[in-house]
Design a protein around this ligand. Structure first.
Ligand SMILES: C[S@@+](CC[C@H](N)C(=O)[O-])C[C@H]1O[C@@H](n2cnc3c(N)ncnc32)[C@H](O)[C@@H]1O
Length: 207
């Protein structure tokens, strides 16, 4: 993504991604309201419940800030309605993750002044482990998991049946090409889910 605030920066050209995220946010809010088990977060012995949220592939804003705000508002609302007599109100820590090459300086400069959360930047690929086991309460990712971890080498090998003739997309490509993209996506998703499976706490009611 282009960094900075210029005309061609991601911060000035991410309206499409915002619209997608707005649609998903309704579903995310429903899931938090219906299925998140806030009680288990608050039932430990500590006086303060701290809630850790990660945006995997956050880029430089502004969409990530809106998404984090909506998630935190929904969790806070659920906590207030479920625990009216409870003195403990959760504190939130948001981890902004992206590749090491992401323009984190622009992201940090654009952080909303009125935010109700602590922040950290976490550089590195989300296809690997980024957090200690059992330490994250909520993982969010939008418009980022379509990025593969690498270009499969067969696509660039002129001698391979899956050579993609120099293109960087699969629109109109043969089945040999698309199957290579699919296989890479499956491997990547497995790595992503395995890493999150270790890092996430169990806070959800399973059906
Ligand atoms: C299209 S932007 C989406 C940004 C933001 N989530 C939004 O909705 O506006 C995709 C982001 O994912 C990041 N990304 C792609 N692959 C990644 C990886 N393996 N690990 C961490 N970030 C990654 C890119 O660097 C880029 O900033």
């Amino acid at each position: 993504m282009n960094g900075g605030n210029g005309v061609y920066s991601y911060s000035k050209s991410s309206q499409l991604q915002k619209e997608g995220s707005d649609v998903m946010m309704g579903m995310i809010k429903d899931a938090i309201t219906e299925k998140m088990d806030i009680k288990s977060l608050l039932s430990n012995n500590s006086n303060i419940a701290s809630f850790h949220i990660v945006d995997f592939g956050c880029s430089i804003g502004p969409n990530t800030f809106l998404a984090m705000q909506h998630i935190i508002e929904t969790i806070t609302h659920k906590h207030q309605t479920q625990h009216k007599n409870n003195q403990i109100s959760p504190e939130f820590q948001v981890f902004f993750n992206d590749h090491v090459t992401n323009d984190f300086n622009t992201l940090f400069k654009a952080l909303p002044l009125e935010r109700r959360y602590f922040t950290s930047g976490v550089p590195g690929s989300f296809y690997g482990h980024l957090f200690p086991s059992n330490s994250i309460h909520f993982a969010y990712s939008s418009y980022s998991l379509q990025w593969l971890s690498k270009t499969p080498k067969e696509l660039m090998d002129e001698k391979s049946r899956s050579w993609n003739t120099g293109k960087i997309h699969y629109i109109g490509a043969s089945e040999d090409v698309t199957s290579v993209y699919i296989a890479q996506f499956e491997k990547d998703m497995e790595m992503f889910l395995n890493a999150r499976g270790q890092e996430l706490k169990r806070l959800w009611k399973m059906e």
